[in-house]
Design a protein around this ligand. Structure first.
Ligand SMILES: C[S@@+](CC[C@H](N)C(=O)[O-])C[C@H]1O[C@@H](n2cnc3c(N)ncnc32)[C@H](O)[C@@H]1O
Length: 195
């Protein structure tokens, strides 16, 4: 049985958590804040009309932007409240409720984007399985882009070792979604991984 994500435990302990999370991003967007930086990086990696998986999509800010940019987007998230918000705010992509450790879609993707610290919420026992499933869902030449911060109980070296064990090799390591290089001092990692 799949060990539940930390996000699931947080929402069980605090039933208003997901609705507040949705509202936070709606407010940021209404105020004119830039909430699609991650999506812009992924868009720059892809020809128009690419197939994109937004893994741990939340309320859909990244997949929504990529769909409006002309890509074919599927979003998967374990939280049904966030998927309902994605459907409401960003019609167009296929938004699916599911645990990434059980990802099993017929689709193959040119890019998988996993932003917003998603991997730090995964149950530790599922980390390797999620990365294996990312690899299995990549089209030939496809790339997975995973971003998360330090100090969240998933060391960058452990993540990169898990990725290697899953057959994913870093082709580029960045410290921001704005293309700053990753160094030993970096407190954020954006890993571009290939199969
Ligand atoms: C901080 S939110 C980021 C959401 C979105 N990626 C963004 O950046 O706006 C973390 C997300 O990871 C999702 N998540 C955590 N563990 C998951 C799992 N095992 N399977 C699918 N989604 C998961 C949560 O439901 C939540 O939407």
């Amino acid at each position: 049985m799949t060990e539940p994500s930390a996000w699931v435990r947080i929402t069980e302990d605090d039933p208003g958590h997901s609705a507040r999370y949705v509202q936070r991003f709606r407010t940021l967007a209404e105020q004119g804040n830039d909430i699609v930086g991650e999506a812009r990086l992924v868009d720059a990696m892809l020809p128009r009309g690419s197939r994109v998986l937004d893994a741990g999509c939340g309320p859909g800010r990244i997949g929504g932007h990529l769909a409006r940019a002309g890509h074919h987007v599927v979003g998967v998230d374990v939280d049904p409240v966030l998927i309902a918000a994605a459907e409401e705010d960003h019609p167009g992509p296929r938004w699916l409720v599911g645990d990434l450790a059980e990802l099993d879609l017929p689709d193959r993707f040119d890019a998988i984007v996993c932003a917003g610290n998603v991997v730090t919420f995964l149950a530790p026992s599922t980390r390797g399985e999620v990365l294996r499933r990312f690899r299995a869902h990549l089209a030939p030449g496809g790339r997975a882009v995973v971003g998360f911060g330090a100090g969240r109980e998933y060391a960058f070296d452990d993540f990169l070792a898990d990725a290697a064990a899953a057959g994913l090799t870093p082709s580029l390591l960045l410290s921001t979604w704005h293309l700053h290089p990753f160094t030993t001092e970096s407190d954020f990692l954006v890993a571009v991984l290939t199969a």
